[in-house]
Ligand binder design. Structure first.
Ligand SMILES: *[C@@H]1O[C@H](CO)[C@@H](O)[C@H](O)[C@H]1NC(C)=O
Ligand SMILES: *[C@@H]1O[C@H](CO)[C@@H](O)[C@H](O)[C@H]1NC(C)=O
Ligand SMILES: *[C@@H]1O[C@H](CO)[C@@H](O)[C@H](O)[C@H]1NC(C)=O
Ligand SMILES: *[C@@H]1O[C@H](CO)[C@@H](O)[C@H](O)[C@H]1NC(C)=O
Ligand SMILES: *[C@@H]1O[C@H](CO)[C@@H](O)[C@H](O)[C@H]1NC(C)=O
Ligand SMILES: *[C@@H]1O[C@H](CO)[C@@H](O)[C@H](O)[C@H]1NC(C)=O
Length: 512
C-alpha cells in the first residue's frame, strides 16, 4: 500500500515538474494593448505597436485547442440587415463594407470553425437586448454538445445590473480583457481599448475562477440564495446574494461559490491593504521596453460578492490607480460614462468614490488629472453637472492663500464624428438620413493610467458597474504598458475630437 502511494506520489511529482518546466519554456507571458478605431477618423494619429481587436479575437478562437470561455454582454458579430428593429437596418452591402462589418463576420467564422472542430466552448451572456442578441450563441450551441451557452440575469441577484464584462479565455492561458463587445460595430465603428495576454496561465486561471463563479450563479436557484437588505454603506434597500457582506453576519449564508472571499467585516466590503499581485515577468513585444524589470500586476472584479482570494474589488483598483500617482504626476482617465451616482437602481445612490480620490490627489500631491468622457447619441444627461462639480475642485484648490495646492482637473468630451447621425438607414420604408448604424461612433474604452500604473477595465464609471454589474479589470506597473497606454490617451486628448468641458460660470453656481 505504502509502495503504491509512494509510486503515485513519485508519478505526480515527476509529471507536475515536467509540465511546469515546459510551461515556463514555451509560454512566457506576453502582453499587447489592443484597440478598435472607428472608420473615418483621419485626424487621429496612430500609436505604434498596438494590435486590433478583430485580429486578437480571431486568434483567440483560431488558436484554442483545449477550451474557449467567453463572457459577453450581448452578441451581434454578424450585421442584422433585414430586421427593422436593428440599428443596422436599411444599409446597403456596400455601406457595410465601408463600415468594416466584414471583421465581425470573420470573428464569427473563427468561432464557428472552433465549434466545428469540437473545441469545448462556453458562452455566457446577458440577455434581453433587442432584437436577437442571444441568437448567435444559441446558433453556435445548437446541435453541438461541445458548445455550452447560458444566459445570466444579474438583476435576479442584485435587483438591477447586467453581465457587462468582455472577456475571452483560451486554453486557460491566453486572455482578452477590454471594452469591446461581441459586436461587429465594436471592431470598426466604436473606439475600444483592451489588453491581450498570451502565455499567461497564472493570470488566465484566476480569470477562469471568476468565469466559473458566474457560470455557477447561472445554475443556482436565485430565490434560495438572495436577500433583501438595508445596505448601510450606500443607504438604500436592495437585493443581494445571501453570502454578501451587506447581509448581517448572523443572517449570512455560506457562499456556494468556491474560493469566495471570506473577510470578517460588519458591513460592506473592506479595502484590502495588501491586494494580491502577480509577480511574473511580462514581455511587451508591441512596445520597446529598454529597462525591462518585472513589475507587479493584478486583477480586479465586480460585483464584490463575486470576489475570491485577495483580489481587488474593481472600485478599489480604480481608486488605487488614481492614488498611485506621484507628486506632480498626471492621471489620465478614459471612460464612456461618468456619473457620481447610480443610474439604474430603484433608490438613487450618491457615489463620490472616484471624484473624492481625484480631489484628494489634486490637493495633496498637486497631481494633474485629465479625463476624457464620451459625448454620443446615448449620452447620460446629467453627466455635465457631475463633471462641472469635479472641475470645481480647481476653485477649492486655490480657495485660500494658505492652501499649498497646485493640482488641476482637466476634462474633455470625446466626440467621434458622425455621432449625431446614427441609427437605422430606413424606418417604415422611409430613409432616415442616418449615416452610421445605431450605437456607434463612441469612445467606449474604460481605463486609467497614472505615471506608475495602468488599469484596463470593462466598467463604466457609474455606481452600478461596481456593485451590481459583472466587470473585470487587469492592471500593471509594467512601465512599457503604462507608457503605451499614456500614448493612446494623449493621441485622443490632443486630437481635434476632444473638446474641453467648461467650468461652472461663477455666480451661476448658487442661483436659480
Ligand atoms: C494564432 O495566433 C497568432 C498570433 O499569436 C496568429 O498570428 C495566428 O494567425 C493565430 N492562428 C489562428 C489559426 O488564428
Ligand atoms: C442556448 O442554445 C440553445 C440552442 O442549442 C437554445 O435553445 C437556448 O435557448 C440557449 N440558451 C440560452 C440560455 O441562451
Ligand atoms: C529601443 O530603445 C532603445 C533605447 O532607446 C534603442 O536603442 C533601440 O534601438 C530601440 N529598439 C527598437 C526596436 O525600437
Ligand atoms: C435627455 O435630454 C434629451 C434632450 O434634451 C431629452 O430628449 C431626453 O428625454 C432626456 N433624457 C432623460 C432621461 O432625461
Ligand atoms: C452633427 O454635428 C455636427 C457638428 O456639431 C453638425 O455640423 C451637424 O449639423 C450635426 N448633424 C445633425 C444631423 O444633427
Ligand atoms: C412604423 O409602422 C408601424 C406599424 O406599421 C407603426 O406602429 C410605427 O409607429 C411606425 N413608425 C414610425 C416611426 O412611423
Amino acid at each position: 500500500m505504502r509502495a503504491i502511494i509512494a509510486f503515485l506520489l513519485f508519478l505526480f511529482l515527476t509529471t507536475t515538474t515536467s509540465i511546469t518546466a515546459t510551461a515556463h519554456e514555451s509560454s512566457k507571458c506576453k502582453a499587447w494593448l489592443v484597440q478598435s478605431i472607428p472608420t473615418d477618423m483621419p485626424q487621429l494619429p496612430p500609436v505604434p505597436g498596438l494590435l486590433s481587436t478583430a485580429d486578437v479575437l480571431q486568434w483567440l478562437a483560431g488558436n484554442s485547442s483545449k477550451s474557449l470561455d467567453i463572457i459577453a454582454q450581448y452578441w451581434q458579430l454578424v450585421p442584422s440587415l433585414s430586421d427593422p428593429r436593428s440599428g443596422d437596418y436599411g444599409y446597403s452591402d456596400e455601406k457595410l463594407q465601408q463600415f468594416g462589418a466584414n471583421e465581425g463576420l470573420k470573428v464569427y467564422k473563427a468561432l464557428e470553425s472552433a465549434a466545428n472542430r469540437k473545441l469545448p466552448i462556453r458562452l455566457l451572456q446577458h440577455s434581453g437586448v433587442y432584437p436577437d442578441y442571444t441568437e448567435e450563441p444559441s446558433n453556435l450551441a445548437s446541435g453541438r454538445p461541445n458548445v455550452k451557452n447560458v444566459t445570466l440575469l444579474l438583476s435576479d441577484w442584485w435587483g438591477s445590473g447586467v453581465v457587462h464584462a468582455k472577456v475571452w479565455i483560451s486554453d486557460s492561458r491566453d486572455v482578452y480583457i477590454g471594452s469591446a463587445n461581441n459586436d461587429w460595430k465594436s471592431l470598426t465603428q466604436v473606439k475600444e481599448v483592451g489588453i491581450y495576454l498570451a502565455g499567461c496561465s497564472d493570470i488566465a486561471k484566476k480569470v477562469e475562477i471568476y468565469y466559473d463563479n458566474l457560470w455557477k450563479l447561472a445554475h443556482l436557484d436565485v430565490s434560495a440564495y438572495t436577500r433583501s437588505v438595508w445596505d448601510s454603506q450606500w443607504q438604500i434597500n436592495r437585493k443581494v446574494p445571501c453570502w454578501s457582506h451587506y447581509v448581517n453576519p448572523k443572517d449570512r449564508c455560506r457562499s456556494p461559490l468556491p474560493k469566495c472571499m471570506e473577510v470578517a467585516h460588519i458591513s460592506g466590503y473592506p479595502v484590502l491593504s495588501d491586494p494580491f499581485m502577480f509577480h511574473i515577468p511580462i514581455e511587451t513585444p508591441g512596445v520597446n521596453d529598454s529597462f525591462f524589470h518585472p513589475q507587479p500586476s493584478y486583477l480586479s472584479f465586480a460585483p464584490p460578492e463575486l470576489l475570491f482570494g485577495k483580489y481587488y474589488t474593481d472600485e478599489q483598483a480604480w481608486v488605487d490607480t488614481i492614488k498611485s500617482v506621484g507628486n506632480g504626476g498626471t492621471v489620465r482617465i478614459n471612460t464612456m460614462d461618468w456619473l457620481g451616482q447610480s443610474g439604474y437602481t430603484k433608490e438613487t445612490v450618491y457615489w463620490p468614490s472616484l471624484s473624492s480620490a481625484i480631489s484628494e490627489v489634486v490637493f495633496s500631491k498637486s497631481a494633474k488629472i485629465q479625463i476624457l468622457v464620451a459625448k454620443w447619441a446615448h449620452f447620460i444627461n446629467n453627466t455635465d453637472q457631475y463633471l462641472k462639480s469635479l472641475l470645481y475642485s480647481n476653485t477649492l484648490c486655490s480657495s485660500s492663500k494658505y492652501n499649498h495646492c497646485s493640482g488641476k482637473v482637466e476634462i474633455k468630451y470625446y466626440i467621434v464624428p458622425g455621432y449625431n447621425s446614427t441609427g437605422p438607414a430606413a424606418l417604415n420604408g422611409t430613409a432616415t438620413g442616418n449615416m452610421y448604424p445605431g450605437y456607434t461612433r463612441v469612445n467606449h474604452g474604460k481605463y486609467a493610467v497614472s505615471d506608475t500604473r495602468a488599469h484596463i477595465s470593462t466598467s463604466n464609471l457609474v455606481w452600478d458597474y461596481f456593485y451590481t454589474t459583472a466587470g473585470v479589470s487587469f492592471g500593471t506597473y509594467q512601465p512599457a504598458i503604462v507608457s503605451q497606454l499614456q500614448e493612446i490617451f494623449n493621441a485622443d486628448w490632443n486630437s481635434p475630437y476632444a473638446v474641453p468641458v467648461e467650468p461652472m460660470e461663477e455666480g451661476h453656481a448658487c442661483s436659480s
